[in-house]
Structures are given as C-alpha cells and as structure tokens.
Design a protein around this ligand. Structure first.
Ligand SMILES: [Zn+2]
Length: 319
C-alpha cells in the first residue's frame, strides 16, 4: 500500500470487490499497533529531522542485554556510549546524527546493529543546530546522567555514560571553539604555542592547574577564556569523553603512506641519476605500488592515491 501510495479509500473499495483481501479496518488496526511500537517524532527547531525517545530505547536495549546474559552482575553499571557525527550528503545538504550503543554487547558495538540512532537532523554542522534540534534528546540524556540509573522491569540498572565522535563534534558539544583555536585541547589547558614542548611528562597535563574539567569549562563560559564559547551540551565529565580511534587512524595512516611514497621517490631519483639511457627507472616506486596492490590497494582512498599518481607523473617526466 505504501509502495504505490494507495489511499485507505481505494483499498476499502478494493476489498468490497475482492473477498480475499484483508478487510480495511484490520489494516488500520495493525497500522496503529505498529505506530505505537515505534514512536518517531519530528525534532524541535527550524531544521527537518526525526528522533526517538532515548530513555525508552535505552530501556529496551538494557532489557535485551540482561535477557541475553542472565549472569550479568546488576551492580555493575551498564556502559553507554553516545556518539555524534556530521555527514555531508551533497554540497548543500548536511546531516547530523546522534546515536548510542551499549559497550558491553561485545562485537555488536562495531556493527550497525549495535548502534542505535536517537536523532537525525538535516541542518548545518553547528553548535546551534545541535542545541536546538537535539534539545529533547540532550535533555533526556542529561536526565539519565543525573539520576545515574534507569528502571528496567522494576530493577534499578546503573548507567555509566561516555561520549564519542570525531574531534570537531566533541569540541562543538563541549562548548569549545574549533581545533585551530588557542586552547584547542579538550583535556588540558595548553596554549597552542606551547604544544611543541615534549619535555613535559604526561602528569604535567593531568595536574590540577593544567587539566580541563567540565566545571572548568562552565566557569570559563562568562569570561570566554580558554577557547570556551558555548555552554557544554552534555554533562559528561571529560575523562569519559573519548576520541574515535577510526578518525585518528585514518589521518595517521594518510600521513604515513604519504611519507613512505615520498621516501621511495627520493630513493628512486637518487638511483635513477646513475642509470644509463634505456635503463628502466623508478623501480622502487614500481615495487611499492605493486606491493600495495598485492595487499589490496583497492581500499586506498582517492586522497591517498593522489601523491602516488603525482609520483608516477613525476617519474615519467624524468624518463
Ligand atoms: Zn591536552
């Protein structure tokens, strides 16, 4: 019915003519029942979007966790990770997504089945979009944070919350300015001009005067100091805020691959100078390309392939 946009009236007329079809009132009843199970609501604010109830969904997931693992120690808090990300769909459309997963569900955390979207909005990746469009979802999350537990079938289950995402998202929700601001570190108060100094041990950055805390962010808000520009949206303490490894690893491997390619090209150009006319040049680069291809170069992103293509052009220019 949904696929062909059949109206209730048309379906009703069809059932009058064909006795084999289920009666239209039965269809309506079933639809209402289904709607009751899943309550998707529009998000507040000016941008279009949809959301579900965080506390209700969390309850269902915790119930499922307890059913799947009857030996689960109820005094142990259930670890919930809230994640957010912005996704650019086209030049003009941008989506922001808020989701959560239970960290104790093992490998399901990594799959889409273990991650549940709470809210999605079609709007710019900005603090104000988050604040307005996700306001009810954020309120629900903060309420659960404050009480520290939820009630599932009469049992009190403790909840421990974490926040994840890429650095841009984390800075935004915690009320900080961008990653290029003077105090861009989310976990300490280092000035960007002092970041080069590697002589300080890690304890220095964790010391009372250097460590950033949620209370510190809030206290700096009226002064607009230490890159604090907005009220943090979640009351999650910063030691429970974790940067996604995936985003870090992607950038790190990008740099490493690029370095490797540049190094190989340098070796090639040194070796090629000594070669005579007609001798094959650029052998190191060729070996590298073949090795990467053997390991599965298809997964190389366009960005990572770029220096290599440039390298090939560069080499062919030498021949
Ligand atoms: Zn830091």
């Amino acid at each position: 019915m949904d696929k062909f946009c059949t109206s209730d009236e048309l379906y009703h007329e069809l059932t009058m003519m064909c006795d084999d079809l289920p009666k239209s009132y039965l269809i309506k009843q079933k639809r209402n029942e289904l709607n009751k199970i899943c309550t998707i609501e529009p998000v507040p604010g000016q941008y279009p979007g949809a959301q579900i109830s965080f506390s209700e969904t969390l309850k269902n997931h915790v119930r499922e966790l307890l059913e799947n693992d009857p030996s689960y120690d109820i005094t142990e808090p259930v670890k919930v990770k809230i994640s957010g990300d912005g996704a650019k769909m086209s030049r003009s459309t941008n989506f922001m997504i808020l989701s959560f997963c239970l960290l104790q569900t093992g490998e399901k955390v990594m799959s889409s089945r273990g991650n549940r979207t709470i809210a999605i909005v079609n709007g710019p990746e900005k603090y104000d979009t988050l604040k307005h469009s996700f306001s009810s979802a954020i309120n629900e999350i903060n309420t659960v944070l404050e009480t520290g537990f939820i009630e599932v079938d009469g049992k009190e289950v403790k909840i421990e919350m974490f926040l994840g995402g890429d650095y841009k998202f984390l800075l935004m929700v915690m009320g900080l300015s961008g990653a290029t601001s003077t105090h861009a570190c989310l976990w300490c108060l280092i000035h960007k001009l002092d970041r080069w100094d590697t002589s300080q041990p890690i304890e220095h950055y964790l010391s009372l005067e250097m460590k950033r805390t949620l209370a510190h962010i809030k206290s700096m808000l009226p002064l607009k100091k230490f890159s604090v520009i907005n009220q943090p949206l979640f009351n999650i303490e910063l030691d429970h805020v974790i940067l996604d490894e995936l985003h870090l690893m992607m950038r790190v491997t990008d740099r490493l691959t690029e370095n490797l390619i540049v190094e190989v090209m340098e070796r090639d150009s040194n070796a090629d100078v000594a070669k005579g006319r007609g001798e094959k040049k650029g052998l190191y680069l060729e070996t590298l390309i073949n090795t990467i291809k053997m390991l599965g170069s298809l997964s190389l992103s366009g960005k990572r392939r770029m220096p290599m293509e440039r390298g090939v052009d560069h080499m062919s220019g030498l021949v």
